[in-house]
Design a protein around this ligand. Structure first.
Ligand code: DC
Length: 218
């Protein structure tokens, strides 16, 4: 029996994480936050002060890192036994992840780790290339986006709520830069799968997006 998969791809800050988690919960399916795998690699590289142009060392770190995901109310990620959850959301982590995610060899090494999440009763997979590369045979695919300004505003609000100082125009520039890097890279660029359902969430509530996703599966 093939395990059903709903892929949700789109740019940074489109709300993929929130939507995917809630949809997975409603369906009783597993959840893959593929960005957190690239972010974990970024943390490993930053911890070891690896030169980000040293491709063979980066690939070695990707091959040997031991990642454990504990999905309770909140996702807890352990890297070689150390809880790195608090560092996952940092801007520096996301930017480094975006840089190393452009390396084809890194993507090849991390492919199986992502496909291993496909387990009964189903999987909601969130990322950039879930519907195009990692789970091309997924029966349900969504491309979720929002304007760069709206995504920066949401990120700004999140950071403020956590008491982290942020600058809205800087965040908008960072988001545009990250979009460009994620879309223009040669290997598995951010792109809408041919058979994906397109949702622009700029003016939609979270509940409305969830409803659209559930309708697709129903
Ligand atoms: O979704 P995110 O912001 O946590 O992802 C962080 C970076 O990881 C993103 O800028 C690009 C990379 N990424 C990727 O290349 N492919 C994925 N499936 C998920 C993330």
């Amino acid at each position: 029996m093939t395990v059903p998969v709903l892929t949700i791809d789109g740019p940074s800050g489109a709300g993929k994480g929130t939507i995917s988690r809630l949809v997975a919960k409603k369906l009783g399916w597993n959840y893959l936050d593929s960005g957190s795998i690239y972010r974990s690699l970024a943390i490993a590289l930053l911890q070891q002060s690896v030169d980000l142009t040293d491709e063979s060392t980066i690939v070695k770190v990707a091959e040997t890192m031991d990642l454990a995901f504990e999905c309770g109310d909140e996702l807890v990620v352990k890297l070689n036994g150390e809880n790195i959850t608090a560092q996952l959301g940092l801007e520096s982590t996301g930017n480094t992840a975006s840089i190393v995610a452009a390396l084809p060899e890194v993507r090849r090494v991390l492919l199986q780790k992502q496909q291993d999440f496909r387990q009964l009763a189903g999987l909601v997979a969130d990322g950039r290339d879930m519907g195009t590369v990692v789970f091309p045979d997924a029966p349900y695919k969504i491309y979720l986006t929002a304007s760069a300004e709206e995504r920066a505003r949401r990120r700004y609000k999140q950071l403020k709520e956590k008491g982290i100082d942020a600058n809205l125009s800087r965040l908008t520039l960072d988001i545009e830069e990250r979009d460009r890097r994620d879309s223009e890279r040669a290997t598995a660029p951010l792109a809408m799968a041919e058979n994906a359902f397109y949702i622009d969430s700029s003016n939609m509530s979270i509940d409305a997006v969830i409803e659209e996703a559930l309708n697709l599966i129903r």
